[in-house]
Design a protein around this ligand. Sequence first.
Ligand SMILES: CC(C)(COP(=O)(O)OP(=O)(O)OC[C@H]1O[C@@H](n2cnc3c(N)ncnc32)[C@H](O)[C@@H]1OP(=O)(O)O)[C@@H](O)C(=O)NCCC(=O)NCCS
Length: 191
Amino acid sequence: MRTMQPGDGVVRKLLASERERFRDHLLRLDKDARRLRFAHAVADSFIEDYAQRMTDMGGIVVGMIVDGEVRAAAELRKIGDNWGREAEAAFSVERAYQDQGVGTELMGRIIRAARNRGVHLLYMSCLAENARMQAIARKFEAELRFEYGEVIGEIVPDAADYFSLAAEAAEDRVAYLMAVLDLTARLVRAA
Ligand SMILES: CC(C)(COP(=O)(O)OP(=O)(O)OC[C@H]1O[C@@H](n2cnc3c(N)ncnc32)[C@H](O)[C@@H]1OP(=O)(O)O)[C@@H](O)C(=O)NCCC(=O)NCCS
């Protein structure tokens, strides 16, 4: 286990140009984590294709970046062409970084992003058999209503407010800056 120290990881939205880092994170998931994440066993080729289409459908990926690598990710995907009342969410945290509150933080970001887009129902596959996801869901009882053992979370209240919109917008500006700094650091290392 890699014990996280305060300030070790940066949680921010990933830009489309960071899909390779997202891919590398998903490829590092072990067999069990891949099955829980995708609801079935997946090969490397599936992940490569999946990550290549990271934001093709206008979805959002929030990542936790540690020393330039994405170590955890949460996705919010539209169902259909536009953001509607329903969306799909999925989470992945590499084993060495689990049980340190990362999934909980990502869940908070995804609920806020969903609320800001008027999403009311979040579908999260694998919840029924996933003890860690259930533990996280319990922490969001005030914001998410789950049928026990069901895979749908209802966001309460479902309306965005000024503060949730402003907070996401402010974080997006920082995220863009951080992504540019990360890219610059990589280019310098490669030179
Ligand atoms: C599910 C997942 C995203 C959680 O991430 P995480 O960073 O470990 O989550 P957190 O540390 O925020 O919370 C995990 C909680 O589960 C609890 N937990 C751990 N093992 C547990 C178990 N066997 N039974 C019950 N609770 C358990 C932890 O104690 C923690 O709760 P606490 O904060 O109240 O102590 C991560 O484990 C993961 O990527 N798993 C594989 C993929 C997956 O299942 N994705 C979800 C499908 S959508």
